[in-house]
Design a protein around this ligand. Structure first.
Ligand SMILES: NC(=O)c1ccc[n+]([C@@H]2O[C@H](COP(=O)([O-])OP(=O)(O)OC[C@H]3O[C@@H](n4cnc5c(N)ncnc54)[C@H](O)[C@@H]3O)[C@@H](O)[C@H]2O)c1
Length: 267
């Protein structure tokens, strides 16, 4: 049986790790060739895609850089002759998330703290640059080429439950993800006439390097209190939602956000 992305070309930003990597692997199983875009080395994901019998290339990309996003889209098109799908999964949880000395502040947030009043403005700016501006820049670089090619396409943006649920201590992240949610709706509106569907995913707490500090039984008890299913999700569980929104099974979805989140109340 043909895969659900047979013969398609997908760019996955943040494809070196976590949800992006799981999506790239599942896409390969469903017949897609994959362009892995990341700040960090994505060659392991490339090997995983090739191990599934599909072609892949790694393009080192900082998605918060406009020129880098243009180069990514141009080089992806040159490598595979077109782009059918973009998964925008590159993201950071806090401004120092990818620093070698970075912090992973996953302790229970202090209910009396006023993080947003005291956080340095660079912390706010960095998270917005990567999580919101980066999604806009990668989406539009790819969408321009999709529009020019005239074959339609699908864009899947990684937002979060925190697009809808405020959480103390991670204000910039929440605001960035709320922005991704509105960006998704605006792009869906503008790109619908071109046959390009744009949807978002708002996962709950998923086991990836980003949540490495959260332990279901201990440090993450606060996160599990928000999660009726009382466990972390797995990257492959999110990847199946990404696949749904990337392929024809979701042909009448655009401007929507789906929530693989174990029941966190977002409405
Ligand atoms: N893990 C969770 O619980 C969770 C929950 C909701 C939403 N998300 C979102 O899902 C997406 C993927 O997260 P993950 O959990 O797989 O994290 P991850 O850290 O495993 O993967 C994120 C990837 O993005 C890359 N990246 C970061 N900044 C970049 C930049 N400027 N340019 C290019 N690549 C960059 C990183 O190098 C990394 O490989 C993120 O947008 C995240 O906010 C994650």
């Amino acid at each position: 049986m043909a895969g659900r992305l047979e013969g398609k070309v997908a760019i996955v930003t943040g494809g070196a790790s976590g949800i992006g990597r799981a999506s790239a692997e599942l896409f390969a199983e469903e017949g897609a060739n994959v362009v892995v875009a990341d700040l960090r080395d994505g060659t392991e994901t490339v090997a995983a895609v090739r191990g599934r019998g599909r072609e892949a290339v790694f393009i080192e990309t900082d998605t918060s850089d406009e020129a880098a996003c243009e180069t990514l889209a141009k080089d992806a098109e040159a490598a595979f002759g077109g782009i059918d799908v973009l998964v925008a999964a590159a993201g950071i949880s806090n401004w120092r998330y990818l620093d070698p000395e970075g912090l992973a502040p996953h302790e229970e947030p202090d209910p009396t703290a006023t993080y947003l009043l005291n956080a340095p403005v660079e912390a706010w700016q960095k998270v917005l640059d990567v999580n919101l501006t980066g999604v806009m820049l990668s989406a539009r670089a790819v969408a321009r080429r999709m529009v020019a090619a005239g074959n339609g396409g699908a864009i899947v943006n990684l937002a979060s439950i925190m697009a809808k649920v405020p959480l103390q201590g991670v204000g910039p992240y929440c605001v960035s993800k709320a922005g991704v949610w509105m960006l998704t709706k605006v792009l869906a509106l503008e790109l619908a006439p071109h046959g390009i569907r744009v949807n978002a995913i708002g996962p709950g707490f998923i086991e990836t390097p980003m949540t490495a500090g959260i332990d279901e039984a201990d440090t993450g008890a606060w996160a599990m209190r928000l999660t009726p299913m009382h466990r972390m999700g797995r990257p492959d569980e999110v990847a199946r939602t990404v696949l749904f929104l990337a392929c024809g099974d979701s042909s009448f979805y655009t401007g929507a956000m789906l929530h693989p989140h174990g029941g966190v109340f977002t409405d």
